[in-house]
Design a protein around this ligand. Sequence first.
Ligand SMILES: [Zn+2]
Ligand SMILES: [Zn+2]
Length: 325
Amino acid sequence: MTVTSFHAPHAPGARRRTLERSGVRLTGHVLLLLALAGLSPTSAPAQGSRTTIILLGTGTPIPDPDREGPGVAIVVDSVAYLFDAGTGIVRRASAAARAGILALQPPRLGHVFLTHLHSDHTLGLNDVMFTPWIQGRRAPLEVFGPPGTQRLVSSIEQGNVEDIRERIASAGGPSAEGYRGNVHEIAEGEVFRDARVTVRAFRVPHSAWKTAFGYRIQTPDRTIVISGDARANPAIARECNGCDVLIHEVYSDAGFASMSPSRQPYHAQAHTSATQLGEIATAARPGVLVLYHQLYFGSTDEQLLVEVRSTFAGKVVSGRDLQRF
Ligand SMILES: [Zn+2]
Ligand SMILES: [Zn+2]
């Protein structure tokens, strides 16, 4: 179910044209079905764009078997940049590579930017360090994140000393350095620039974290903002300010209302409700708003979209793993 967009014989735009040629009028009902199948015409990267966004994982700490842990890949030309490293994202990257996005072949995963150190966003870091190395990556992984990232990476390296020693000693084993994490503990501001992207970190409020980031990514042809985990805050609209794609966490208002009152204060401090997100998006004016890290609390995608649309009139898609934008 979650890989629908890669089973489609054509890109969503091509499928839409095919449907239109075959006389299918894209009524609201058909568009809704396409959207639910991950084939929304709004979700296709523009023709000829150098930038593709792939949602590798849209999940949360809840182990939903249809959603891997949080991870977004931004591919510019032939290079991928990862944002967060939830469980399973290396295998999702491999699925995307098999479907034609060669920049997501595991040995080519070279950069990861962590929004914060909640474990649902870092449980896959071990995987991003080791699996691409075993598959042939020779250079260390560049890891960007808040204070504490070095300790996390060092502990992963130290905890795997036996594995590293055995593999390197084996005949035809992997490179001596490719498992390492080259850590950059960052502060707010521009944190990375190369020929393809400029990445800016900005602080967001998230429960009791001293440092949690959202990211603004400028590519040659698109501006993308990723919220990370955040309660409603003005930084998102300021950073997006008419950006092409806003990828934002969310929880359902209806789900929240049905939750035990003892659990509500944490989520209100940590996360953004769908109606709050609609207000943020109205101020931020993105080309498309993509929901990820959805906390349903018993609600549904349809209900989430109704809630967001109650305060936002623009395009909005409830993201699924492996959906492309
Ligand atoms: Zn999270
Ligand atoms: Zn978090």
